[in-house]
Design a binder for this molecule. Structure first.
Ligand SMILES: [Mg+2]
Length: 174
């Protein structure tokens, strides 16, 4: 069971995925989650960076499909302008949508990578069918993570300076 929720790869964002390496191992298609994988869940459209990323993948010959548990309005509004095929209300981790996606992309499990931000939907569902699974840090949390890290570093530096009497202005105010 545990093995089923462990991804084959773990990256900070979709932009870090080494698609050349995937291509060398025979991967031809990417099934990608939408919310917090490609963009924040409250962002209706793709960012310019994401559009370039998709262009590059498709230029390399990869087939791409968005498979999301979200509703038709959300997924279609995002995917249609990109001309990327999609499956909405996919009910991941259930296998049906993964199988349907592979059928439509005309690839087998060994030729498919699943990219998503959630262990219990994206990774579990992908692993169950023997896909190569890649977990990304959720887009919104990635921002939160760096903000938190920044704050923490600020506090550490602040304390360090204070201990060394480098914050003289503060002492004078007392
Ligand atoms: Mg997601």
């Amino acid at each position: 069971m545990l093995k089923r929720i462990v991804p084959d790869e773990f990256v900070q964002s979709v932009y870090e995925i080494d698609f050349n390496a995937l291509q060398r191992r025979g991967v031809k298609a990417a099934i990608v989650d939408l919310d917090n994988t490609l963009v924040e869940s409250n962002r209706p459209e793709a960012t310019p960076e994401l559009i370039r990323w998709l262009d590059r993948l498709q230029g390399m010959g990869f087939k791409v499909m968005i498979v999301s548990n979200n509703n038709r309005t959300r997924v279609s509004r995002f995917a249609t302008p990109l001309r990327v095929p999609y499956i909405h209300r996919a009910r991941k981790p259930l296998s049906a949508a993964f199988k349907k996606a592979m059928r439509r992309l005309e690839v087998g499990p060994g030729e498919t990578v699943m990219v998503g931000d959630q262990l219990f939907t994206d990774v579990l569902g992908g692993n169950a069918l023997g896909l190569h699974t890649i977990l990304v840090v959720p887009v919104s949390e990635a921002e939160g993570f760096f903000t938190k890290l920044n704050r923490l570093l600020e506090r550490v530096v602040f304390r360090w300076m204070k201990q060394r009497g480098l914050l003289g202005w503060e002492e004078q105010q007392k």
